[in-house]
Design a protein around this ligand. Structure first.
Ligand code: GRF
Length: 201
């Protein structure tokens, strides 16, 4: 049994840690969604970027936050012990742009969830984030795009899919307009997909 499950009984809430690097709109939606949940509590938010607005979103909601240096994401020891200290059960990557340390992935098998702004396996992998994804989708004349919520394993963007939701790419679509459509899907479905998955673990 994974270490992070050992002390969790059904009466307890799961402790969630959010990782975010950028604007933090998904992090904000998640913190709001699970506010008052009997199943999950967001106990902290971690970033690799001291300028990330996700840190402000956390502060505004009274959620503790911490910035780790890039070297910590390479080694992993500091982050793993941070998670142990907070008794974290589940980690959600909400626009997190660093590769996770192997030690953390191994500590949380099937307990790390990521969101990607395309229908994987298309437009995933290195360099495919934010605007680059939407540009590539439009350049390839795809008829649709969307989001993929998936578990994180040792292979980048290749963990088990939990859900994929689609939007049409319209004539004259720009990366900005597609980004807005995709973001709408993210905010609407990401928390629900996480909740449904966690109900079953
Ligand atoms: C989202 O599009 C997410 O799918 C991707 O990064 C973006 C983060 O946006 N992984 P925000 O920081 O949550 O606003």
């Amino acid at each position: 049994m994974p270490r992070n499950n050992r002390y969790l009984c059904k009466m307890e809430r799961m402790n969630m840690l959010i990782f975010a690097s950028g604007a933090g709109s998904n992090a904000a939606v998640l913190m709001d969604y699970f506010q008052g949940s009997s199943m999950v509590q967001v106990v902290a938010l971690v970033s690799n970027n001291a300028d990330s607005s996700a840190l402000d979103e956390a502060k505004r909601r009274g959620v503790k936050s911490n910035v780790f240096a890039n070297v910590d994401f390479l080694e992993g020891n500091e982050i793993v012990s941070y998670c142990r200290d907070l008794n974290i059960h589940v980690i959600v990557l909400a626009g997190f742009l660093r590769k996770l340390p192997l030690s953390l992935i191994r500590e949380y098998p099937d307990r790390i969830i990521n969101i990607h702004p395309s229908i994987l396996p298309n437009f995933g992998g290195k360099g495919m984030y934010g605007r680059f994804v939407h540009e590539a989708v439009i350049e390839s004349n795809e008829g649709f795009s969307g989001i993929t919520v998936h578990l994180v394993n040792e292979e980048y963007d290749k963990g088990q899919f939990l859900a994929q939701l689609y939007v049409a790419v319209s004539a004259g679509e720009t990366p900005e307009s597609l980004g807005k459509k995709v973001q709408k899907l993210e905010h609407r479905y990401f928390p629900m997909v996480i909740e449904d998955y966690l109900k079953g673990v």
